[in-house]
Design a protein around this ligand. Structure first.
Ligand SMILES: NC(=O)c1ccc[n+]([C@@H]2O[C@H](COP(=O)([O-])OP(=O)(O)OC[C@H]3O[C@@H](n4cnc5c(N)ncnc54)[C@H](OP(=O)(O)O)[C@@H]3O)[C@@H](O)[C@H]2O)c1
Length: 329
């Protein structure tokens, strides 16, 4: 495993990490323990966790598995998401407090805040997140899906206030869906060393690995009882998912040239981003942990891989809208 230091007072995090949305909740408690045991054996030390609208038991499941494994608290790190669904009526301290209770811990390692809506003033918003770090509820903080402009304003604010800097930007990034991360706004911020990337959706919810039938079920349809094939996957910003499905067989062919599976090649692409902090992948099977960790070995030919998959990039990738299950988007 390779590790990346994000902040002085935070343990270095594994370059490949585990997401949890719609994966951990599909495992039995025994399967989840076996999955986490395998991930830890392979050197993965970051779990990205959240209170999910369609899988609200995920944090409890993670806590039970970690207890079952008797994993020492300093042997792994947790990145925890903060949503805006009930904000500002309920503060971030309340939201994180509830998650900590479910996780059975007194702190998370990185708290990741969703981007603010236009009506929220930035200073009190960021101030509330920084206060969680100052209170010891989180050791560091990061942002999810901020626009480049919001991130730039945030960095100016923390510099002005002498607040701790955000350490990660979580945003979708994969071999076909790359335009937002590689577009001018973020590209400049990464080049300045302002933040590190937490790549998410690297397999497009499994489609890039060959699960072509997977698709999104939105909160209103979910509330009416519609269930996804295998698992739910994220929204299709920019409407490029059909094209992604069409191009997956070509990814498989290119992967074969590198002696890799399509999942491994897609992961090698995300893992090779020059300003990566960590890359998240959702997994339910221990053998897929092995397969995915083996993608790190492909980084020896990262330049060749990036050149070979260039033809797969899809234009028209849009920045995701702010997600709120209460109003169905
Ligand atoms: N910030 C954002 O906008 C955003 C968007 C999307 C996701 N995320 C975060 O990123 C994390 C990861 O994303 P995700 O789980 O949605 O999607 P993902 O990582 O792109 O895909 C995960 C799926 O790929 C399949 N898979 C993994 N390794 C495989 C292998 N070696 N061979 C075959 N199939 C394999 C798994 O299928 P099985 O489940 O059947 O094993 C799994 O469900 C999530 O936990 C989420 O929190 C953030």
């Amino acid at each position: 495993m390779q590790y990346q230091s994000l902040a002085d007072d935070l343990p270095s995090v594994s370059r490949l990490s585990l997401g949890s949305w719609n994966t951990f909740s599909r495992c039995s408690s025994e399967q989840l323990e076996a999955l986490l045991a395998r991930a830890f054996e392979r050197g993965i030390n970051l779990l990205d966790v959240g209170y999910y609208w369609d899988k609200p038991d995920t944090e409890d499941a993670v806590a039970a598995a970690l207890r079952g494994l008797a994993a020492p608290r300093d042997s792994y790190t947790i990145a925890q998401k903060l949503w805006l669904w009930d904000y500002p009526e309920h503060s971030f301290a309340e939201q994180l407090g509830r998650s900590l209770q479910r996780l059975g811990s007194d702190h998370v390692d990185i708290v990741m805040v969703s981007r603010p809506t236009a009506d929220l003033a930035l200073e009190p918003f960021i101030g509330e997140v920084v206060a969680l770090v100052e209170a010891g509820m989180a050791r560091a903080w990061g942002v999810t899906n901020f626009t480049p402009e919001q991130l730039r304003d945030t960095l100016a604010l923390v510099n002005q206030r002498n607040w701790p800097h955000p350490v990660l930007l979580q945003v979708q990034y994969n071999v076909m869906r790359r335009g937002v991360v590689e577009g001018p706004g973020y590209a400049e911020l990464f080049a300045e060393g302002a933040i590190r990337l937490c790549a998410a959706n690297m397999l497009e919810g499994g489609i890039l690995a060959g699960h072509l039938e997977r698709d999104r079920v939105n909160p209103p349809e979910f509330a009416e009882g519609k269930r996804p094939v295998h698992r739910n996957i994220c929204r299709d910003s920019g409407g490029i998912r059909e094209l992604i499905r069409e191009r997956q067989p070509r990814l498989r062919e290119i992967a074969r040239d590198f002696g890799a599976s399509p999942a491994q090649l897609a992961l090698a692409f995300g893992l090779s981003h020059p300003h990566l902090g960590t890359a998240l992948v959702g997994v339910t099977e221990p053998d897929h942990v092995d397969e995915n960790v083996a993608a790190l070995a492909l980084l020896d030919c990262a330049t060749e891989i990036r050149a070979a998959v260039d033809e797969l990039a899809i234009e028209g990738v849009a920045h995701p809208k702010l997600f709120n299950p209460h109003n169905g988007i």
